[in-house]
Ligand binder design. Structure first.
Ligand code: ARG
Length: 587
């Protein structure tokens, strides 16, 4: 189904052309002055110079062409040359009914499905999952869901940091605690006992070992040696690594599940490692590897660079490989396994240089196919109320599991007053409200912006919050239920008319949502979905305030209103689903 803006633009483009002007001038946008009209076109102003005609004249002739079109209740020229468009009620109703009839209530679909890999999450095993990785998970999940909704084949890959020094640090510490275990020496045999280990142990060991390595050179040396041994595949170390991996990933899965985040692939740097040699030989064959102080590097500086882009170190002087090398190897694997149209990396914007280097080196060596779009979708920092990167009260980095607990209990406190939710469901509902609050609080800012984590505000029932959205959904639920409409998921019925200005406004928001979905997709920016969801919810509140749906006596009006409630419900849920937010039935 064409979006409303596409349909209007098509109409205007044709009219411009028929009047002898460039059809590209027919681009329609949502009105800047919703008090005057629904949509507008600024083409006459833009094209006046090219066509050597006064904007008012150009606009006037286009408007005359469209004056009788049933699409518009009003089409007029406003100085100095805007074309103002007001849709006719019948067009609004037709479109809403067409949406209601379609699968997923007319949700947008891409014409040509593509294969897109979204690399997001990026936690490091053996380290507790902390809120630094929270944004990657929240934003990446939403971008993945949006692209899936549009009909693309989307593969979400967590790209675990599971092959680095942090493993060596943990193993070095375990070696001190369990010196007699065979895995630390050369005598390890398959099936030998490994040190006992839990997720809590790992959470305790990593920070301690990391601190120790800063103070104790010998310890640090041993940690590096174990990392080296791991990467060379020494059996005992590898077996212990596998154990650490399983424990960590089990713990990660539990936390991500609470956040409603899931991945199609649980690959990591260790999987990419298998392709490192191949990648190095490709660089070699193409003569791209150069010597630089004992290291092997690829030069990627380009003439038009405004600031220097340093060469990519593929092999360090000690023979080890880098974060960059691993990412290039992962790219090689992705091309081989999926030959994707696009690979998007949802990673902290401070890693921009890393990705510039990786992309350039991969393209230079044809490891990434010419057609593959490689994009770093960066994001800003989550700050505390003091405007500095978010920390716990005692100054530490908050763990994700603690964060989920904090928001759940804050939501629980708010709910205590409510007797709408049965006691045994409260905990689950509270988690959903808490997670909705943090996700919406995050996603409603453009991803590149830093933002302030303000749980009180995020949990507020008014304003642009996840809580307000969930509340709106439950309100519609209860109206539909009281009206005896059972399954809210059923296709919404037909609208029969427009009976109040408030419902006209609500319908305009619903009809316009698809355009915002496309905008979000073009920009890879879920904040437009948040904005659309909020606009619909706010318009619904006004509609609900102005009209007494359940006590309405006119049966046609009442039925039409209930159908509008159902359509609003479906679209709000579509928005929430793309944001990765679970709705609740009551709160
Ligand atoms: N593990 C990395 C970190 O914690 C993030 C990984 C991002 N993805 C990637 N393909 N480099 O910084």
């Amino acid at each position: 189904m064409k979006t409303i803006i596409d349909e209007l633009t098509g109409l205007l483009a044709k009219a411009f052309e028929e009047c002898g002007y460039d059809p590209a001038l027919g681009q329609v946008i949502t009105a800047n002055r919703p008090d005057l009209c629904d949509y507008q076109c600024d083409g006459a102003l833009k094209g006046a110079r090219k066509h050597r005609a006064a904007p008012m004249l150009v606009a006037g002739s286009v408007v005359r062409r469209l004056a009788d079109n049933s699409f518009f209740a009003e089409i007029s020229v406003a100085a100095p040359g805007f074309i103002n468009l007001t849709l006719s009620d019948s067009k609004i109703i037709d479109r809403a009914n067409e949406m209601a009839r379609r699968a997923q209530a007319g949700a947008p679909r891409a014409e040509k499905p593509e294969t897109i890999i979204v690399d997001y999450g990026g936690p490091n095993i053996a380290k507790p999952l902390h809120i630094g990785h929270l944004r990657a998970a929240i934003i990446g999940e939403s971008i993945k869901r949006l692209m899936k909704l549009l009909g693309h084949k989307v593969i979400g890959d967590i790209h675990l940091g599971d092959w680095g020094l942090q493993i060596g640090l943990v193993i070095a510490e375990l070696a001190e605690r369990f010196p007699s275990q065979s895995c630390f020496g050369d005598g390890y045999r398959d099936g030998d006992q490994l040190p006992p280990l839990t997720a809590d142990d790992l959470n305790e060991i990593y920070p301690l070992a990391s601190q120790k390595s800063k103070e104790d050179q010998d310890f640090s040396g041993r940690a590096h040696q174990y990392t080296f041994d791991l990467q060379r595949g020494r059996p005992g170390v590898l077996a212990l690594w596998r154990r650490i991996w399983e424990i960590s990933v089990g713990d990660l899965k539990k936390n991500y599940e609470k956040l409603n985040v899931d991945f199609d692939l649980w690959y990591g740097e260790s999987d990419a490692d298998k392709y490192v040699e191949r990648v190095i030989s490709i660089f070699n064959e193409k003569g791209l590897l150069e010597n630089s102080g004992g290291a092997r590097v690829v030069y990627v500086q380009q003439e038009d660079d405004r600031s220097p882009v340093p060469p990519v170190i593929i092999i360090k002087s000690d023979g080890a490989v880098n974060y960059e090398t691993t990412d290039i190897a992962a790219l090689y694997q992705r091309e081989k396994d999926f030959s994707p149209d696009r690979i998007w990396y949802v990673v902290d914007k401070r890693q921009a240089l890393h990705f510039t280097q990786v992309f350039r080196a991969s393209k230079k060596a044809d490891i990434a196919a010419g057609k593959t779009e490689l994009l770093h979708l960066g994001f800003g920092t989550m700050n505390g109320l003091d405007g500095k990167p978010y920390k716990t009260r005692d100054g530490g980095i908050m763990r994700l599991s603690d964060m989920i607990e904090t928001v759940t209990s804050a939501a629980l406190d708010k709910m205590k007053a409510s007797d709408f939710v049965a006691a045994d469901l409260r905990e689950d509902v509270a988690r959903k409200i808490g997670v909705a609050a943090i996700k919406f609080g995050d996603l409603s800012n453009h991803r590149l912006k830093d933002y302030v984590f303000d749980l009180d505000r995020f949990l507020s029932f008014d304003g642009k919050t996840g809580t307000y959205l969930l509340y709106t959904v439950t309100r519609i639920n209860s109206i539909l239920k009281k009206a005896g409409r059972g399954a809210p998921e059923a296709a919404p019925g037909r609208l029969k008319g427009l009976y109040s200005p408030a419902e006209r406004q609500l319908l305009l928001k619903i009809i316009g949502a698809a355009d915002l979905f496309w905008l979000a997709a073009r920009e890879k920016a879920p904040n437009f979905i948040c904005e659309s969801a909020y606009q619909i919810a706010a318009a619904f509140s006004l509609f609900y305030r102005d009209n007494h749906i359940l006590s309405e006596n006119d049966p046609d009006k009442k039925e039409s209103w209930l159908n509008l409630c159902a359509l609003t419900q479906v679209w709000l849920k579509l928005h929430l689903d793309v944001l990765g937010i679970e709705a609740v039935d009551f709160m």
